[in-house]
Design a protein around this ligand. Structure first.
Ligand SMILES: *Cc1c(COP(=O)(O)O)cnc(C)c1O
Length: 229
C-alpha cells in the first residue's frame, strides 16, 4: 500500500470533488505537478506515489531533472516562455509544450523534433485576460495560428492553454476559462481534433474544472510555497 504525500492527496481530493460537483469524470482531469524550483528528491517522492506528469518552466532546470530522473519514465511538460534559441533542446527532451504562441516557435519545434520520437504534444497558449505582461496569442488570432500549427508534422496540437489574471472570486475565475473552452469548441467545429484544455492552477482549479479543464497545472498546492535556495 502506497501512502500518498498529504498535499498531493489533498489536491486529488479537490479535483475529484470539483469533478463530482460539475458533472465531470475525475478521470478526465489530468494532474500536472508543476515542479519548477523544487529539487529532484521531491519529484522522486511524488513519482513513487504514482504521479507521472511534471511541469517545468525553465529550460536548463527541466533538462537537468529529466536527465537525472530518466529511469523513472516520467512525462515532462514545458510550461514556461520559450525563446527560439532553446527550442531544439526542448523538442529533444520534453513530451509536451504548453506555451506555444508564435508560428516561428512551433515551426522550429516541429523541425527539431527527433524522428525517433512521437510528435511533440503542444498547446496553443491564449491570452484570454488580455494582460500585456502575459504570453499567449490574442483570441482573435488563435484560430489561424492553431490551423497553421496543426499542419506541422513534428507536432501534435492537443489543445489550448491559458494563465488568466488571478482572482479570488469564483465567478470571475470561471470567465476566462469559459472563453478558452468556447474558443476550443469553435476550433473543433472548424475541424481540429483537440483533447486538451490546459487551465487551472492551485488557487483556481475548481473554476477551471467547472469550465471543462482536462489538465490542471498545480505547483504550490502540491509542493508548498515556491522553493528558493
Ligand atoms: C508555476 C506555474 C503553475 C503552477 O502555479 P501554482 O499557483 O503554484 O499552482 C501553473 N502554470 C504555469 C504556466 C506556471 O508557470
Amino acid at each position: 500500500m502506497i501512502t500518498l504525500p498529504a498535499k498531493l492527496q489533498a489536491v486529488l481530493v479537490r479535483i475529484a470533488r470539483a469533478a463530482g460537483q460539475y458533472g465531470r469524470d475525475a478521470a478526465d482531469v489530468k494532474l500536472l505537478a508543476v515542479s519548477k524550483t523544487w529539487p529532484v528528491a521531491r519529484i522522486r517522492d511524488l513519482a513513487m506515489a504514482g504521479q507521472k506528469a511534471f511541469g517545468e518552466s525553465f529550460v536548463q532546470e527541466g533538462l537537468d531533472k529529466i536527465a537525472t530522473l530518466r529511469e523513472l519514465g516520467l512525462e515532462w511538460h514545458f510550461i514556461g516562455s520559450l525563446q527560439s534559441n532553446k527550442t531544439r533542446v526542448v523538442a529533444e527532451a520534453f513530451d509536451w509544450v504548453h506555451s506555444v504562441d508564435r508560428l516561428r516557435i512551433a515551426e522550429r519545434l516541429s523541425e527539431q523534433r527527433p524522428a525517433s520520437l512521437p510528435p511533440l504534444s503542444v498547446c496553443l497558449q491564449v491570452n484570454v485576460s488580455g494582460e500585456a505582461s502575459k504570453g499567449g496569442v490574442a483570441p482573435a488570432q488563435a484560430p489561424a495560428l492553431a490551423l497553421a500549427i496543426a499542419r506541422l508534422p513534428g507536432l501534435c496540437l492537443r489543445g489550448l492553454m491559458t494563465i488568466p489574471a488571478p482572482s479570488d472570486d469564483f465567478d470571475e475565475q470561471r470567465r476566462p476559462f469559459r472563453r478558452l473552452r468556447e474558443l476550443s469548441e469553435q476550433l473543433q467545429a472548424d475541424g481540429l481534433l483537440l483533447d486538451t484544455l490546459s487551465m487551472g492552477m492551485s488557487h483556481d482549479l475548481e473554476a477551471a474544472i467547472a469550465e471543462g479543464a482536462t489538465l490542471v497545472r498545480v505547483g504550490t498546492a502540491i509542493f508548498g510555497e515556491r522553493y528558493t535556495a
